[in-house]
Design a protein around this ligand. Structure first.
Ligand SMILES: [Zn+2]
Length: 466
């Protein structure tokens, strides 16, 4: 019996969780956190959909929190097996889970101030820093293309997904008595071609079954090659009127990609040499992981490293770690560029930069990533004129600009090309909202004549007879 259980990240773009069961040998692929509306995602994250003690191993695709963020709950529940992933992902998971635990603890402390006033019992954080630490000894780092032995005789190989540093597309070979092995190709998440720093997604070869993300299954991106120019034009406009540029940026990948673009823009004189700050301890830590893993980056990045001894830490960048230094930047009105997390303005120091900078019409807030509904980032993107930050209301006078060429996910055509290379008999489309999955399903059915399914959370697919 070969069964695939869609435990999360099926009809939603967060909470990625899958279970492969081969005659009772159970391997999880990803164990990510649901994000979005607070109460709803909190309930989903707390309700673990498997008995952690019944799981033999985990294979992890990449370090984004919606793919690895619930691992501490798995370990807390009694899982003691190996968590296989790439070397860079193992380094990044450590930083991501520590930061996530810090946010969980801070959120619970904030709520408990209210509950104690109302005489209600205290809430526990989803997990603590100590519980996040307990995941780390279970991580088993591998190189790309190294054979990973999983329970039930299953073999896994991971290939560069080109999505974020260390991200992997996984190929699974499942033995079958008297038949060829069943081959599965997993694409969550699939990157784009031509983005700086990262290699293009690698082909994984043909497979019987494809399980693919469909975040942008119905959309086309502005070409990645236009990102630098778009960024340069926006920054020049703000600096020319004496303003500051405030960029809410995801700590993993987007921040390093922006630094790479800023280096090129300064070199060619496209933007003036104003101070550039990375003001987020997590972004600083991740930027250092990039410098330690230059061998995994693309040819252009390697050449830059050979010439200058660095890729994403040019001398003009100031890495801000202390609160005092951060405050000095928020109170200054000098033209500057600040990259700070979180990317959707929900947590972290970016909220201080917005609080101090959003009422000045000379300033510009540059949105360079996906902004989920109900986040402060989305409210700004929607053009709301007044927003709440730390409980106070602020008038949005700064210019809010969204740059469309930045995305870490493949678009419709890139997803399609990938599926065409895999040539599956059956494709399961996950990690996408309904419109996106349906449109992509239609495309695969008509163009590739592939049987497609759009499973919902909790559904199971029987792959035994494919
Ligand atoms: Zn991702």
């Amino acid at each position: 019996m070969i069964r695939w259980h869609f435990l999360g990240g099926a009809d939603t773009v967060t909470g990625s969780k899958h279970l492969l069961d081969v005659d009772g040998a159970r391997t999880l692929v990803d164990f990510g956190m649901f994000q979005g509306r607070r109460a709803e995602s909190e309930a989903l994250n707390r309700a673990i959909p498997v008995d952690p003690r019944s799981i033999d191993a985990v294979v992890l695709s990449h370090a984004h929190i919606d793919h690895c963020g619930c691992l501490p709950l798995l370990v807390k529940g009694g899982f003691t097996g190996p968590i296989h992933t790439t070397r860079a992902t193992a380094e990044l998971v450590e930083i991501m889970l520590r930061d996530s635990a810090r946010i969980q603890e801070a959120d619970a402390a904030y709520l408990n101030q209210k509950t104690s006033r109302q005489g209600l019992p205290p809430v526990d954080p989803l997990y603590t820093a100590k519980e996040a630490e307990a995941v780390l000894p279970l991580l088993v780092p591998h190189d790309y293309h190294e054979e990973i032995a999983l329970p039930g005789g299953v073999k896994a190989l991971q290939f560069d997904a080109g999505h974020v540093l260390g991200s992997a597309l996984t190929r699974l070979e499942i033995p079958r008595a008297g038949r060829e092995p069943l081959v599965l190709a997993l694409a969550f998440d699939l990157g784009r071609r031509g983005v700086p720093l990262l290699n293009d997604p690698e082909p994984v070869g043909p497979a019987d079954v494809l399980v693919s993300e469909t975040t942008y299954g119905n959309r086309l991106h502005t070409p990645a090659s236009e990102a630098r120019q778009e960024l340069g034009e926006a920054i020049s406009a703000a600096l020319a009127r004496g303003g500051k540029v405030i960029i809410p940026s995801f700590a993993l990948e987007r921040t390093q990609e922006l630094v790479y673009h800023l280096s090129k823009l300064r070199e060619t004189g496209a933007i003036p040499p104003v101070p550039v700050y990375i003001d987020s301890p997590m972004s600083v830590a991740i930027t250092r992981v990039f410098e330690r893993n230059v061998g995994l980056l693309d040819g252009e990045a390697k050449a830059l490293h050979a010439e200058k001894g660095q890729v994403v830490t040019p001398p003009f960048i100031r890495m801000i770690e202390t609160i005092e230094d951060s405050k000095a930047i928020t109170s200054s009105t000098e033209p500057s560029i600040t990259l700070s997390a979180s990317g959707m303005c929900e947590n972290g120091r970016i909220r201080h930069h917005l609080k101090h900078g959003i009422e000045n019409p000379a300033n510009m807030v540059l949105l360079v990533g996906f902004q989920a509904v109900n986040t402060l980032g989305r409210k700004l993107q929607n053009g709301e004129k007044r927003v709440r930050i730390f409980g106070d209301e602020f008038k949005v006078a700064a210019e809010i600009r969204t740059l469309g060429a930045f995305s870490a996910h493949a678009d419709k055509i890139e997803l399609y090309r990938y599926a065409r290379e895999v040539r599956p008999k059956v494709a399961y489309l996950v990690h996408g909202e309904e419109k996106s999955r349906k449109a992509f399903s239609q495309l695969l059915r008509t163009q590739l004549k592939v049987e497609t399914h759009c499973p919902f959370r909790g559904e199971t697919a029987d792959l035994t007879d494919i």
